[in-house]
Design a protein around this ligand. Structure first.
Ligand SMILES: NC(=O)c1ccc[n+]([C@@H]2O[C@H](COP(=O)([O-])OP(=O)(O)OC[C@H]3O[C@@H](n4cnc5c(N)ncnc54)[C@H](OP(=O)(O)O)[C@@H]3O)[C@@H](O)[C@H]2O)c1
Length: 242
């Protein structure tokens, strides 16, 4: 188990399925976890009796992100807050949904990077940022024109941030998970006509669990990953290697 040794790590989307598990595993790894989302109630339920700190802000508002993060000292960040958008072809897409998905998944993660990297640089102890992207940025997935585009933008934010922040000892990486059956995904990926054909093409042939996404994220935050920066790591049972 990696040792995060009391280092403060911000997790956005901590009130969700994957973010909640990341927060719990980070706590076990010894981090000082700051669990973030919009719902104070959901964060209270996650953090009760654990010692986690909580923070509420809206990823779509620069004022909200700046007010929450400008004076926060952090070593690590997990950009896990996300919006699943819609399933639609380019011919039928609702462009307002495209704007909304980009605003949370790409623009929101960049805003968090903007304000937290300033504090990492000021503290001078390096740091690690992990962006929770998706297999949808690595391959074209039917119906995923908005969501996949937002995660491809996020992967580019990862690469450029790794270039710009490396001189301060700050590493930036993406993880690109396959489907985890959270409320964001199960209404679509749980359908028999979608699930069967997809899993048939995946070498490991099953969906991921929250724990299987959280463990590589904790690793990327830890000193065990001290020479890894700028990567997009598939956690997809081999799907994108076909
Ligand atoms: N589930 C999958 O199959 C899958 C696969 C690949 C990648 N991912 C990615 O993994 C991440 C977590 O997904 P999940 O399945 O755990 O989703 P989830 O359970 O629906 O959680 C989404 C989280 O994002 C937060 N969020 C959404 N909009 C926000 C906003 N405007 N401001 C602040 N927070 C906001 C939610 O907070 P509130 O409680 O305030 O709504 C919630 O904590 C996402 O980035 C997703 O794209 C998921």
């Amino acid at each position: 188990m990696p040792d995060l040794d009391g280092r403060p790590v911000l997790v956005t989307g901590a009130s969700g399925g994957i973010g909640g598990e990341v927060a719990r595993q980070l706590l076990t790894a010894g981090a000082d976890v700051i669990a973030a989302g919009r719902s104070a109630g959901a964060l209270a339920a996650l953090s009760e009796g654990t010692g986690m700190r909580t923070l509420t802000f809206d990823l779509t508002s620069e004022d909200s992100v700046r007010d929450a993060l400008a004076d926060l000292d952090v070593y690590g960040v997990v950009n896990c807050g996300g919006n699943g958008g819609e399933i639609a072809t380019p011919m039928e897409t609702n462009i307002d949904v495209f704007d909304e998905v980009i605003a949370v998944n790409a623009r929101g993660a960049l805003l968090v990077t903007k304000y937290t990297s300033r504090s990492m640089i000021r503290l001078g102890r390096g740091g690690s940022i992990v962006n929770v992207s998706s297999q949808a940025s690595l391959v074209g997935l039917a119906g995923h024109v908005s969501y996949g585009s937002s995660k491809a933008a996020l992967d580019n934010i990862t690469r450029v941030s790794a270039l710009e922040l490396g001189r301060y000892g700050i590493r930036v990486n993406s993880v690109n998970p396959t489907v985890v059956m959270t409320p964001m995904s199960e209404w679509y990926w749980g359908r028999d006509d979608i699930q069967g054909p997809f899993l048939h093409q995946m070498p490991l042939g099953r969906w991921a669990t929250e724990a299987e996404i959280a463990a590589p994220i904790v690793f990327l935050l830890s000193d065990g990953a001290s020479m890894i920066s700028g990567v997009s790591l598939p956690i997809d049972g081999g799907y994108s290697s076909r």
